[in-house]
Design a protein around this ligand. Structure first.
Ligand code: FEO
Length: 165
């Protein structure tokens, strides 16, 4: 049986994953408008992935006889400084998510909730990959600087990201 404090925390993370999806969709729209179709696709795939993360929390709560509670999803920023700025903000978001997953893990341990700990382990591993993926793009964009031709090539590479699943 899911303890109320765990249920509340898992629902909160469900909402945070939906916000990530919302944020990345906003970044995709920004990239479309700025002429970066590859990065737009990359963020769109990422937005889909985040919705998938949210659904994992949904299914875990439901599967344990808990109650899913959906709250408001805050509006993401309307725009971003630049392509680099968007990816920097994405990296910041992923770092915040990693910290939230770590807090959830600690809470699960505190409550002796082994089912939640086993469930959350997938996210611990996933966050390592997600942070690295975004950090690699940030590093590439910083190295590229004002080189428009190099940015064009990177955008094409980002556009090759396959859809999830
Ligand atoms: Fe669901 Fe990108 O963390």
């Amino acid at each position: 049986m899911l303890k109320p404090e765990m249920e509340r925390a898992l629902n909160e993370q469900l909402g945070a994953e939906l916000y990530s999806s919302h944020l990345y969709l906003a970044m995709s729209a920004f990239c479309e408008a700025e002429g970066y179709p590859g990065a737009a696709r990359w963020f769109r795939v990422q937005a889909d992935e985040e919705r998938g993360h949210a659904m994992r929390f949904f299914d875990h709560v439901v599967g344990r006889g808990g109650r899913v509670r959906l709250g408001e999803i805050p509006a993401p920023p309307a725009g971003f400084d630049s392509l680099l700025g968007a990816f920097e903000q994405a990296l910041d978001q992923e770092r915040q998510v990693t910290a939230a997953i770590d807090r959830l893990m600690a809470l699960a341990a505190e409550h002796g909730d082994h089912a939640a700990a086993a469930f959350l382990q997938w996210f611990v591993t996933e966050q390592v990959e997600e942070e690295k993926q975004v950090a690699d793009v940030v590093a590439a964009l910083r190295a590229i600087g004002d080189d428009a031709a190099a940015r064009f090539i990177l955008d094409r590479e980002l556009g090759a990201r396959p859809a999830e699943g």
